[in-house]
Design a protein around this ligand. Structure first.
Ligand code: PM9
Length: 461
């Protein structure tokens, strides 16, 4: 008798509303890819079967959140929902002041333009596309100070999101603390494969930066997922609740940018949260220029209510266990059939290692972009490139940035897909792997100036 597979992460919900999916033929998908310039961002959603492009804004809201939408207070100023959101940000994240924004990059824009001056340096645990661009547009230079293991897809380090304190200290010694307005700490680290940072490392970063009078800004977008990994992997945290760990993580930082579209289980929304009153004053003033009044920041009252309620649901143990359990399930299945992926499995996604998947394709011929297109052609499963295309160009030389990681991200929206969908995805990846040797790379047809991965177009070689 064989043993049943472990299924302890089963979804802690049942499905009340469904959205039909449309399966397309191979010919339809080939046509759609040509129209989209082989960029999965340019595909129409109606042509996608299982959408693993992103977990951003693609989550399923609960009945509690939908009920909250009906309680939207759409007053221009002083909406009730703003105060509920403020209360929950203070309670769960611990920051004193809140500025809502339409999504994460709205918050990044505010903090970057307030704190960064021309010629400044902003260290961080690996870049994120929008975060780095806002830092550059404000006149700063991003410096990667993540540990080396983060750049190695096969390293099994439990906290690949950690900051290398020697790298950070070397930068401080080289350019001087005055030229470093803040350190960005992402939890988890998206571009490294959804990898967490440890509490011990956060504490050390705090101590070092405090000594030099440098602020720490948390990218809290997937901090709840990070808290789950701390509970699993860090000594002394096994018995703490996710809410307690989240609160403690934030306590080592001065401010947070948040894309609520991930952890917080909403379709739109974000915020900047701060402890410093003067910076808050400035942000609250600036937000009216770019987003909207400081009590709505580009959001409808109902969206703020859904996000306030999402904060409460995000930290529920059964929710986060199932969310990350689903991702791990796919990772284990793929590894069991020999597919090269980033290890350990990340919080929000499984990342295929395109360098090992398609070793015959040079990085300048876009292996990960090619793999994402092939997976869609094979199965209707949409994924995202996270390699040379996403890394963009060096702002001084204009050449490509050449990241060590050349990845395709299979990103799982929260509470959306079932285990059977996960199995279909695994089979689709296997089918592409079986014919990997016949796959050729691509060349550029069109490249936009900013965040090129969103709108770039390619041709098959
Ligand atoms: N992340 C993602 O798919 C959506 C846009 S890029 C394809 O992973 C972090 C860690 C993110 C993030 C967005 C943002 C920006 C900031 N930090 O998209 O503006 O993963 O809400 O957030 C995306 P917004």
């Amino acid at each position: 008798m064989t043993k049943l597979a472990k299924r302890s992460w089963a979804e802690p919900f049942k499905i009340k509303v469904v959205e039909p999916l449309r399966m397309t033929s191979r010919e339809e998908r080939e046509r759609a890819l040509v129209e989209a310039g082989y960029n999965t961002f340019l595909l129409k959603s109606k042509d996608v079967y299982i959408d693993l492009l992103t977990d951003s804004g693609t989550n399923a809201m609960s009945d509690y959140q939908w009920a909250g939408m009906m309680l939207g207070d759409e007053a221009y100023a002083g909406s009730e929902n703003f105060y509920h959101l403020e209360e929950n940000v203070q309670k769960y994240y611990g920051y004193k002041y809140l500025v809502p924004t339409h999504q994460g990059r709205g918050a990044e824009h505010l903090i970057s333009s307030i704190l960064i001056k021309d010629g400044d340096f902003v260290p961080g645990n690996m870049y994120f596309t929008t975060t780095r661009l806002h830092q550059e547009l404000a006149g700063g230079t991003f410096v990667d100070v993540i540990i080396d293991e983060a750049h190695d897809p096969q390293s099994l380090h439990p906290f690949k999101g950690n900051i290398d304190l020697n790298k950070l200290e070397a930068l401080i010694n080289k350019v001087g603390a005055k030229k470093i307005p803040y350190v960005t700490v992402a939890a988890t680290v998206n571009m490294a494969g959804g990898q967490p940072i440890s509490i011990a490392n956060l504490r050390e970063v705090r101590e070092l930066t405090k000594k030099h009078g440098i602020r720490v800004v948390l990218d809290a977008t997937r901090a709840v997922e990070n808290a789950w990994f701390i509970k699993q992997r860090e000594k002394g945290y096994e018995k703490k609740t996710i809410a307690e760990i989240l609160f403690e993580m934030c306590s080592f930082t001065d401010a947070a940018t948040m894309s609520g579209k991930k952890d917080l289980l909403v379709n739109i929304g974000g915020f900047l949260a701060l402890n410093d009153y003067d910076i808050f004053e400035e942000a609250r003033n600036l937000v009216v220029v770019y987003e909207g009044l400081h009590t709505y920041g580009g959001l409808a009252g109902r969206d703020m209510e859904a996000m306030a309620r999402g904060i409460e649901e995000a930290v529920q143990e059964e929710h986060i266990k199932a969310r990350i359990g689903q991702v791990e399930y796919v990772g284990e299945r793929l590894m069991s059939i020999g597919i090269p992926i980033v290890q350990p499995s990340g919080g929000h996604a499984i990342f295929l290692d395109a360098r090992r998947f398609l070793p015959q394709i040079k990085q300048t011929e876009f292996p990960a972009q090619t793999l994402a297109a092939e997976l869609y052609a094979e199965s209707g499963v949409r994924s995202m490139e996270r390699g040379i295309v996403s890394a963009g160009r060096n702002k001084e030389t204009g050449d490509h940035n050449y990241p060590k990681l050349e990845l395709v991200r299979l990103t799982f929206p929260r509470r959306v897909y079932t285990q059977a969908h996960c199995d279909v995805v695994t089979e689709a990846v296997e089918a592409v792997y079986d014919r990997r040797e016949e796959i050729r790379g691509m060349e550029t047809e069109y490249e936009p100036k900013y965040l090129r991965f969103f709108q770039m177009r390619f041709k098959k070689l």
